[in-house]
Design a protein around this ligand. Structure first.
Ligand code: GAP
Length: 440
């Protein structure tokens, strides 16, 4: 993890939030490469979940919502973690994190200090904000604890403004906020994070809903695999009855084998009619669906897939990180991020072999400007070619394109593959097609 955290900072993927002021625990800022990576993850998700399907539409709801939404959704009453406090040093812990608690007890014991805990208390995770201009009259609102409710409160709006028929889904990507008791493991548990979710509305029928549940569970697992995560590092885990969130009938996590243990990457939840029934009850608005064909009227059930963009970014980074021998450097090691080209911040880097030869720089610049119209491409003319390869390997650029003297004569360039380190000559006019094929 130390290596990943250091690379992430050094190369501009992820920085600690507001670092020059000493930071703010549990917040992270994405740099030039991190924001490209996150953007690519979201784009791939949107393509698979929305664009490629005719039963799913997208939406983007506001972060701030009428506080009644959170009463109805159960987040004010039930969205909490059990908390205990160490009476010796007043640090707080999630009561269900047994391994962390044991480690803390060990720490005190080593110092021959007494260890004692407070009773378990429920700690609400919703982050509050104040709205209004007059002191004393400000209204308490909440930063959304999940992006989900913005979709459910718009169920009827989307239905009435589209021609969707059940089963159908509404997808959304956006920020969520939680007062986490123990933010940590780099970006894994943050206070502010992004979610990518699908709310899929189905008939209220046990067999039918479980059919959709199984479909989405496998579909989501396949998405991570298709983007290059080693299948051995992924597994499903079912939530036990006492772990289920207040809205869930059934829940399975997709977990990733992180350096800090098997950890949740995404949850697939059977939410039953919880959300729509609650909003119907609290708002007084009709949330029924009318099936024109069968003339049935019902409150649909919901199958949800809920993934974290930041967790996906972290796990893609961890899984892609490798250190291997570089024969070109007499067996010295190279660091390479073997990111799927679709996720890589840059798809290619263009170099002139020598930076002091204007004819090479000119041709390389032309290629760079041309490719940039269609792809994220980096430019590098510093140091020697070996150093430039090393630098691009470390940030996961799949192809390095070098313009040399033969390029001037023959109209071709050397393209070096990040993973195999093999080089081939490709016509300049074929470069666009080459990259398109590799990215498709
Ligand atoms: N709408 C359902 C829901 O929010 P969740 O299991 O609480 O379910 C879904 O969260 C996903 O959001 C998680 O699998 C994780 O990827 C991400 N997530 C949740 N809390 C997070 C946190 N504190 N920091 C980063 N990501 C988080």
């Amino acid at each position: 993890m130390d290596k990943i955290v250091s690379l992430a900072k050094r190369r501009g993927f992820i920085y600690p939030g507001s670092e020059i002021y000493g930071g703010l625990k549990g917040t992270w800022d994405y740099g030039p490469l991190g924001s490209e990576l996150k953007f690519n993850i979201k784009q791939e998700w949107w393509k698979t979940m929305v664009k490629d399907r005719d039963d799913v539409v997208g939406m983007s709801a506001s972060i701030l919502m009428n506080p009644k939404v959170w009463e109805a959704s159960g987040h004010i009453a039930g969205f909490s973690d059990p908390l205990i406090e160490c009476k010796t040093c007043h640090q707080r812990f999630k009561a269900d994190q047994k391994d962390v608690i044991a480690e803390h007890e060990g720490w005190h014991k080593e110092r021959k200090e007494k260890i004692d805990w407070t009773e378990e208390k429920q700690f609400n995770l919703m982050v509050e904000a104040k709205l209004g201009v007059v002191e004393g009259e400000k209204e308490t609102v909440y930063l959304r604890g999940e992006i989900t409710q913005g979709v459910h409160v718009n169920f009827k709006n989307v239905l009435n403004s589209s021609r969707l028929k059940i089963p159908f889904g509404i997808a959304q990507i956006g920020k969520a906020f939680r007062n986490e008791i123990t933010p940590g493991n780099f970006t894994y548990r943050s206070i502010e994070f992004e979610q990518m979710e699908l709310q899929y509305y189905v008939k209220p029928d046990e067999k039918e809903s479980m059919k959709h549940y199984e479909f989405w569970k496998n579909f989501r697992m396949d998405w991570y695999k298709s983007l290059g995560i080693n299948p051995d590092n992924l597994r499903f885990r079912e939530h036990k009855k006492d772990e289920l969130a207040h809205y869930a009938k059934v829940a399975w996590d997709i977990e990733y084998n992180a350096p800090f243990g098997w950890k949740e990457c995404e949850g697939i939840h059977h939410r039953g009619d919880w959300d729509l029934s609650q909003h119907q009850k609290f708002s007084g608005q009709d949330m029924f669906y009318f099936d024109e064909e069968t003339k049935e009227k019902y409150i649909p059930w919901v199958i949800e897939t809920s993934g974290g963009v930041d967790r996906a970014a972290l796990f893609f980074l961890i899984d892609a990180y490798s250190e291997e021998e570089d024969p070109a450097k007499n067996g010295a090691s190279r660091i390479v991020l073997k990111l799927n080209p679709k996720l890589a911040p840059y798809k290619a880097a263009v170099f002139p072999l020598l930076a002091n030869k204007p004819e090479l720089v000119k041709l390389a610049r032309n290629i760079y400007d041309d490719l940039r119209k269609d792809f994220a491409v980096a430019w590098d003319d510093r140091g020697n070619i070996g150093k430039r390869y090393y630098s691009q390997d470390e940030i996961g650029t799949p192809y390095c394109i070098t313009v040399d003297f033969d390029s001037l004569e023959q109209g071709d360039v050397t393209v070096r593959d990040r993973d195999t380190m093999k080089q081939e000559r490709i016509k300049i006019t074929e470069l666009n097609k080459f990259l398109n094929e590799k990215l498709s």
